[in-house]
Design a protein around this ligand. Structure first.
Ligand SMILES: [Zn+2]
Length: 853
C-alpha cells in the first residue's frame, strides 16, 4: 500500500487534546503473531481544550471490540486512527485489539527480537500497540498485566514497580504519570545481573540488567555505570530515583542506541554489553555515557517531558549536556570536550550547512523520526552549554532547581525552559532564544588591533541562508577569550565576551606589549571561526596555549593548513606542524589520551567541506592522497619517537576500562598505526597475537589491514568471534574502513553475500552500509559504485525498516559539494530511491529534502 501524500505538521498548529486521561489499565495476551491488547482508559473532558473531538491514534491494529461505559460503541476510521462520539462527562473507554509482533520488522511498537517480545514507542510507536492519544502531552499512570503461555517467556517486565506475578502472568504498576512514548514491555527468556542502590534519602532500589543467557558476563560494567550515574545525579543535580526498581534490558534488534522508558530502559545490546575481551575502550566509554544519558532522562524527559515533538531538544539537548558533564567528571574534561567537538563537526556541521539544516527546535515535520538528529541532540546540548556559560554556574544550578520544582509532572516547551532562566536570573533571554529557531552555523570573524597599550578584538558574525531561512538576525554568541604574552604566560585569564551585534569591538587596555589572544576557548559556541593568523602564531599556541582545547585546536589548524596546501599546491607536509606535534608528544606531563587526540588530523569529509566553503570543488582522491601523505610524513618524522612512545604506554596488569589505562592504550595504538608503516607490521602482529582485550586486538588488526598484512589476522579473528554478533560487526566495519578507496564498494558488496550479513538487524546493516558511507574516498570513488550499492540496499530496506533507511539517506546530504559528474550520479540514485512504489513517509521526506538542495 502506498502512503497517502505525506502531511506536514506545524508547531504553530498545536492545540491541547480534548480529554484528560486519569488512568490506563492494559492487559497483554502475548502471542508471536496474534497478541491481544485490552485497554481500559478513564477519560474526562479537558477544560483547557477547544477541540473536543474524540480521536485516538492507531496504526496496523485490528479492532476486536470497543466500549464506552460498558456499552458497545461504533467507531469511525479516519486518517491515522479512529473517532467516536463520547459523553461530555468522565467516561471509561475499553477496547480489545490484535497485533502481530512477528511481522513488525520496523521495530516500532511491539516486535520480536530473537524470540523475545520488546517495544519501542518513542516517538509514535504506541499507536501500533493500541488505540490511544499517542502524544507526549497526554500523561497518565499505567497499570499492566502481561499474560503468556508456555516456557518461552519466563521473564515479563514493564514500567514502574513489579506487583503480583505467577506462572504465565506478571503485573506492573507505574505510579508516575507518563506519556505513552515512555511505555515499555519486554518478555522472554532473560537472565538478570542484579544489584542494589540506596538513594540519598535512604530508599533501597533493586537494580537489574537483563540479558539473553550467555551474555551474563557482559553486564558488570554497565551496572557500575548505572550506580555511578545515580550517585552523580544526586550529587550534582540533587535528583533522586523515584521507583523501587530500575531495570535495563539488552536487545539485539534496535533502531536507536537506547530508550529511557520509565523504570525499564531498553538498550541496543551494543550500548550496554561489554567485556574486556569483546569491547574496546571506546565501547566502554560510550556505554558508560549512554547508561548515564538514559538514566538522567528520568528527570529530564520523564518527570518533565515535552509538550509536543517539536520540543524534542528540551529533553535531548539537556540530557546530552548532562551526560557530557558526567563523562567529563568521570574521565577527562578536555578530552571529552575535544571528542564532542570532533563529533559535532563531523555530524552536526554538515547537517546544519546542507539541505537537511533545521533549527534546534524545528517548526515543521512530516515524520518526527527524521528529527532525531545531531542538531536536536548535539547542537541542542551546545545551546544549554552556552546558556550555562552566559549565566554562570551558580545561576545555572539555581535555574535548574526552579525548573524541577516548577515543572515536575508536566509536559513543557522551550518557552517554559527559557522562562525559568529569566525568572531566576532576571536576564532577558529573548535574543538567546534565536538559537532554538535559527538554523545554520554562525560564522564569527576576528580582527585584531593594537594601539598605544590597548589591544582590541573586532568580532563580527554572519549566518549563511539555510532552507526556509534567508535572513538571519544576530545571535548571542559567548566567545571565551584569554590573552598570552610572548613567553606563553597568561596575562588575562579566560573571560567571556558576549557578541550580540553583527559587529562588535572589545578592548583590553593596559598591555605594554602586544598580547596574543586565544579565542573561542573550550569551543564556547558552536560556530566556525575565521581568524587570519599565520602558522608561526598557530605553532606558538600549540606550544603554549593554557587552554587545553585551544591548544589542540591550534594543532588541528596547522594540520588543516598543511593538508589544504598539499591538495591545492602539492606542497610537502608542514614542518611547523610536525615539529610542534613532536615536541608535544614528547611531553610526558600531558595526558596520554590528550596526546593521542593531538596525533589525529581533520577528517577527509571535513576537508571536503572546507574546500567547498572556499569555493573549490573537492576531489576525494586528492584529499585522500594528501591525508595519507601527512600520516606517512608523521611516521617518518617521528620514527625515533614512536617505538618509545609505544613502549612507554603499554599497560601492565589486568585490563581496566577507566580513563587512565584507556588513555595510555589510545596513545600506544595511535603510535602503533604509524609505526606499522615503518616496521611492516611486526609490532602490530605481536600485539595481535598477545592481545587479551579487544582494544589491543582490534587496533592491531586495523594496523595490519592498513599495511595490507591482515589476511591471517582476519581469519583468526573471525574464527575466534564468529558467535559474537557485536564483535562480528567490528570485523565487517574494520575491513571496509581499512580498504583502499577503489576497493571499498566491492568489499561492501561482497559482504552483502556473506552468510553473516543479517541485513534486517540495524547494527549489522550499519556495520556494512553505514561504514561504506563514512569512507569518504571510497564512497565517493569516481565510478559511483558506492552510491549505487548504498541506494540498492536502502531501496531493499525501506519496506522492512523505514526509520533506519531514512536516517541513512543522510549519506547523500553533502552531494552538492562535489563535481558535476558525481552530482549527476548521486542525483540518479536519489531519484531512483524517490521513484520507488510505496516508499515510506520517512524516506520520502528525507530524499525530497536532499534533492531540493
Ligand atoms: Zn535521549
Amino acid at each position: 500500500m502506498k502512503d497517502a501524500a505525506p502531511q506536514t505538521i506545524y508547531l504553530k498548529d498545536y492545540t491541547p487534546f480534548g480529554f484528560i486521561v486519569d488512568s490506563v489499565a492494559l492487559t497483554f495476551r502475548l502471542h508471536p503473531t496474534a497478541t491481544r491488547v485490552l485497554s481500559t482508559i478513564r477519560f474526562r473532558p479537558n477544560p483547557d481544550a477547544t477541540d473536543n473531538r474524540f480521536f485516538l491514534h492507531g496504526e496496523q491494529l485490528t479492532l476486536i471490540s470497543a466500549k464506552i461505559n460498558g456499552t458497545d460503541v461504533t467507531t469511525r476510521t479516519v486518517e491515522g486512527g479512529i473517532e467516536a462520539d463520547v459523553p461530555n462527562a468522565p467516561f471509561t473507554w475499553e477496547a480489545e485489539v490484535e497485533i502481530n509482533p512477528q511481522a513488525n520488522t520496523a521495530l516500532e511498537g511491539l516486535y520480536m527480537s530473537n524470540g523475545m517480545y520488546c517495544t519501542q514507542c518513542e516517538a509514535e510507536g504506541f499507536r501500533k500497540i493500541t488505540y490511544y492519544p499517542d502524544r507526549p502531552d497526554v500523561m497518565s499512570t499505567f497499570d499492566l498485566r502481561i499474560e503468556a503461555d508456555g516456557d518461552n517467556t519466563p521473564v515479563m517486565l514493564s514500567n514502574g514497580n513489579g506487583a503480583e506475578s505467577g506462572a504465565g502472568f506478571a503485573n506492573w504498576t507505574d505510579p508516575w504519570p507518563k506519556p505513552a512514548y515512555l511505555f515499555a514491555l519486554v518478555a522472554g527468556d532473560l537472565i538478570a545481573h542484579e544489584d542494589s542502590f540506596t538513594t540519598m534519602s535512604g530508599k533501597p532500589v533493586k537494580l537489574a540488567i537483563w540479558v539473553r543467557p550467555g551474555d551474563e558476563h557482559k553486564c558488570a560494567f554497565g551496572m557500575e555505570a548505572l550506580k555511578k550515574s545515580m550517585t552523580w545525579d544526586e550529587e550534582v543535580y540533587g535528583r533522586e530515583y523515584d521507583l523501587d526498581e530500575f531495570n535495563i534490558v539488552a536487545v539485539d534488534d534496535f533502531n536507536m542506541g537506547a530508550m529511557e522508558n520509565k523504570g525499564l530502559n531498553i538498550f541496543n545490546s551494543s550500548c550496554v554489553l561489554a567485556s574486556p575481551e569483546t569491547a574496546t575502550d571506546g565501547n566502554f566509554e560510550r556505554i558508560e555515557a549512554i547508561i548515564a544519558h538514559e538514566y538522567f532522562h528520568n528527570w529530564t524527559g520523564n518527570r518533565i517531558t515535552c509538550r509536543d515533538w517539536f520540543q524534542l531538544c528540551l529533553k535531548e539537548g539537556l540530557t546530552v549536556f548532562r551526560d557530557a558533564q558526567f563523562t567529563a567528571d568521570m574521565r577527562s574534561e578536555p578530552v571529552k570536550r575535544i571528542d564532542d567537538v570532533i563529533a559535532l563537526r563531523a555530524r552536526q556541521f554538515p547537517e546544519d550547512q546542507g539541505p537537511l539544516s533545521h533549527p534546534v527546535r524545528p517548526e515543521s515535520f512530516q515524520e518526527i523520526n527524521n528529527f532525531y538528529t545531531a542538531t536536536v541532540y548535539e547542537k541542542g546540548a551546545e545551546v544549554i552549554g552556552m546558556l550555562k556559560t552566559l549565566v554562570g554556574d551558580e545561576a545555572y544550578a539555581k535555574a535548574l532547581d526552579l525548573y524541577f520544582d516548577r515543572h515536575d509532572g508536566q509536559a513543557c516547551t522551550i518557552e517554559d525552559w527559557i522562562q525559568v532562566f529569566e525568572d531566576s536570573t532576571g536576564r532577558d533571554l529573548s535574543q538567546f532564544k534565536l538559537w532554538y529557531s535559527q538554523s545554520g552555523t554562525p560564522e564569527v570573524t576576528v580582527r585584531e588591533e593594537y594601539e598605544g597599550d590597548t589591544f582590541t578584538l573586532h568580532l563580527s558574525q554572519k549566518s549563511a541562508p539555510t532552507p526556509g531561512q534567508d535572513q538571519k538576525a544576530p545571535q548571542v554568541i559567548p566567545v571565551a577569550v584569554g590573552l598570552l604574552n610572548d613567553n606563553g604566560d597568561e596575562v588575562l585569564p579566560t573571560q567571556v565576551l558576549e557578541l550580540t551585534e553583527t559587529e562588535q569591538s572589545f578592548t583590553f587596555p593596559g598591555h605594554a606589549t602586544r598580547p596574543i589572544p586565544s579565542i573561542l576557548r573550550g569551543f564556547s559556541a558552536p560556530v566556525t571561526l575565521t581568524h587570519d593568523i599565520d602558522n608561526d602564531r598557530r605553532a606558538f599556541l600549540l606550544a603554549h596555549d593554557t587552554d587545553a582545547f585551544n591548544r589542540w585546536e591550534a594543532g588541528r589548524d596547522l594540520a588543516r593548513d598543511s593538508l589544504l596546501k598539499a591538495i591545492q599546491q602539492g606542497e610537502a607536509p608542514s614542518a611547523a606542524y610536525l615539529d610542534g606535534l613532536k615536541a608535544l608528544l614528547r611531553d610526558d606531563s600531558l595526558d596520554p589520551a590528550y596526546r593521542a587526540l593531538m596525533l589525529g588530523q581533520p577528517s577527509q569529509s571535513e576537508l571536503a567541506a572546507t574546500l567547498h566553503k572556499m569555493g573549490e570543488t573537492p576531489d576525494p582522491a586528492a584529499i585522500h592522497a594528501a591525508s595519507e601523505a601527512l600520516r606517512e610524513a608523521k611516521a617518518q618524522s617521528f620514527a625515533e619517537l614512536l617505538p618509545a612512545l609505544y613502549a612507554a604506554n603499554q599497560v601492565e596488569g589486568p585490563y581496566r576500562p577507566d580513563a587512565g589505562p584507556a588513555g595510555q592504550r589510545s596513545l600506544a595504538n595511535a603510535a602503533l598505526s604509524l609505526l606499522t608503516r615503518l616496521d611492516g607490521g611486526e609490532t602490530a602482529a605481536k600485539q595481535f597475537d598477545a592481545a587479551d582485550n579487544m582494544t589491543l586486538q582490534l587496533s592491531a588488526l586495523g594496523a595490519l589491514l592498513d599495511a595490507a598484512k591482515g589476511e591471517d589476522a582476519l581469519s583468526a579473528f573471525y574464527d575466534q568471534w564468529q558467535n559474537d554478533r557485536l564483535v562480528i560487526d567490528k570485523w565487517f566495519s574494520m575491513q571496509i574502513m581499512q580498504a583502499k578507496p577503489e576497493n571499498v564498494a566491492t568489499t561492501a558488496q561482497a559482504f552483502t553475500q556473506h552468510a553473516d550479513f543479517d541485513w534486517k538487524n540495524p547494527n549489522r546493516f550499519r556495520a556494512v552500509m553505514g561504514v561504506l558511507a563514512m569512507h569518504h574516498a571510497g564512497f565517493h570513488f569516481e565510478d559511483g559504485a558506492g552510491y549505487t550499492l548504498l541506494a540498492d540496499w536502502l531501496i531493499k530496506l525501506d519496506p522492512v525498516n523505514p526509520q533506519t533507511t531514512a536516517r541513512m539517506c543522510s549519506a547523500f546530504q553533502t552531494w552538492k559539494r562535489y563535481d558535476e559528474t558525481r552530482q549527476g550520479k548521486i542525483r540518479t540514485e536519489l531519484e531512483r530511491i524517490a521513484g520507488q512504489d510505496g516508499l515510506s513517509r520517512d524516506t520520502t521526506e528525507m530524499v525530497t529534502r536532499i534533492l531540493n538542495a
